[in-house]
Design a protein around this ligand. Structure first.
Ligand SMILES: C[S@@+](CC[C@H](N)C(=O)[O-])C[C@H]1O[C@@H](n2cnc3c(N)ncnc32)[C@H](O)[C@@H]1O
Length: 333
């Protein structure tokens, strides 16, 4: 449900400007407020309270609930003092670089866009679009992450609204976004949903006629070998599916899998992430990300791209990239 339905026990919800969507610059009073929302997927309330996953795939949301309790600074990657802030900002710059090269990033001259960010997390990509003045509809199955996305969005240029729901239960119509979306961001989310093809069909029906999807996906082999993967999920290397109850369920994609997933779409994608969060991070050293938090990764990106190209060119490392990054447009009849 929209931020318009947010409640704050005892204190009451802060002032909301006209909307939805709501001018982010007028949402400063929401920063740090632990608001509640009616969940769009009724399974989420129990998960939020620490319950176990009703189906294997939703184990990720149990993992996030525990993560916020045990290592919040590793999840709130947008906080400047997060130990992984610089790395995550450089990773963002790398992903944006690929989306731009695939002609997926609208120019600022295109005016205000409507953006659907599914599995927005703490708002890594949403904040980028908000800074450009876009209208962003935030969706996440983890209320704690969604709150942080609103907090990080507050004070920026664009407008936002927020829905606590799963990708499997998108709002039928998001108020203020009835005309559809110019862009849907699906960054590191399709690996974690129950029926990704149905999610993509639901997204397609919410796009404007010339709307499109920006995506990143966990890649087979590279994901299983990465530095931030929890130990003991070796089966995932062989099967492409890594599962641990109460923690994680990840379906990793090879190239053919990405093409099958996007059947019915015009899709272009590239392999990415050999270094950051990838299997070769230790080899290169995480200091490749130094300073990326301060300038959105601009100064560190060229050196990272050099490394990426070297690993892409080597026949041994080439298939071991961590991610796929791409742009997809529904084929129109
Ligand atoms: C790896 S994070 C990616 C966050 C963000 N897109 C980014 O790239 O920084 C995955 C996010 O998806 C959310 N998520 C996991 N399963 C979900 C589901 N079934 N429906 C909606 N969100 C989900 C998690 O809560 C988490 O915030």
């Amino acid at each position: 449900m929209s931020l318009a339905r947010a409640t704050v026990p005892l204190a009451g919800a802060p002032f909301l400007p006209p909307g939805p969507p709501f001018a982010a610059r007028d949402l400063d009073a929401w920063d740090g407020i632990e608001f509640d929302l009616p969940p769009g997927d009724l399974r989420l309330r129990a998960l939020y309270r620490g319950g176990r996953e009703p189906v294997d795939v939703l184990a990720n949301l149990v993992g996030y609930a525990e993560g916020w309790a045990e290592y919040p600074d590793y999840i709130d990657t947008l906080a400047p003092d997060s130990p992984v802030h610089e790395k995550k900002m450089l990773e963002r710059a790398l992903t944006l670089h690929h989306w731009g090269a695939l002609r997926g990033l609208p120019t600022d001259a295109a005016g205000r866009r409507t953006v659907l960010d599914i599995g927005c997390g703490v708002g890594r990509f949403a904040t980028w679009f908000l800074d450009r003045g876009d209208d962003v509809c935030l969706i996440d199955g983890d209320l704690r992450s969604l709150r942080h996305a609103v907090w990080h969005g507050a004070g920026r240029k664009g407008r936002l609204d927020a829905y606590w729901t799963t990708a499997e239960a998108l709002p039928a119509v998001a108020e203020g976004f009835e005309a559809g979306f110019d862009v849907a961001v699906l960054a590191e989310i399709l690996n974690y949903v129950e029926r990704p093809t149905e999610v993509l069909a639901a997204v397609a029906s919410r796009l404007k006629p010339d709307g499109y999807v920006l995506f990143s996906l966990e890649a087979r082999y590279g994901w299983a070998l990465s530095t931030d993967v929890i130990p003991g999920l070796g089966d995932g290397f062989f099967s492409g599916v890594a599962f641990r109850g109460g923690d994680r369920h990840v379906v990793c994609y090879d190239e053919a899998g990405v093409r099958t997933l996007f059947e019915g779409w015009d899709v272009e994608f590239v392999p990415s992430h050999w270094v950051l969060s990838g299997p070769f991070e230790l080899l290169v050293g995480a200091d490749v990300a130094h300073g990326a938090g301060k300038d959105e990764g601009r100064s560190a990106l060229p050196q990272l791209l050099d490394w990426e190209q070297r690993f892409a060119a080597d026949p041994v490392s080439a298939p071991l990239h961590r991610a796929w990054v791409g742009v997809a447009r529904p084929k129109r009849r």
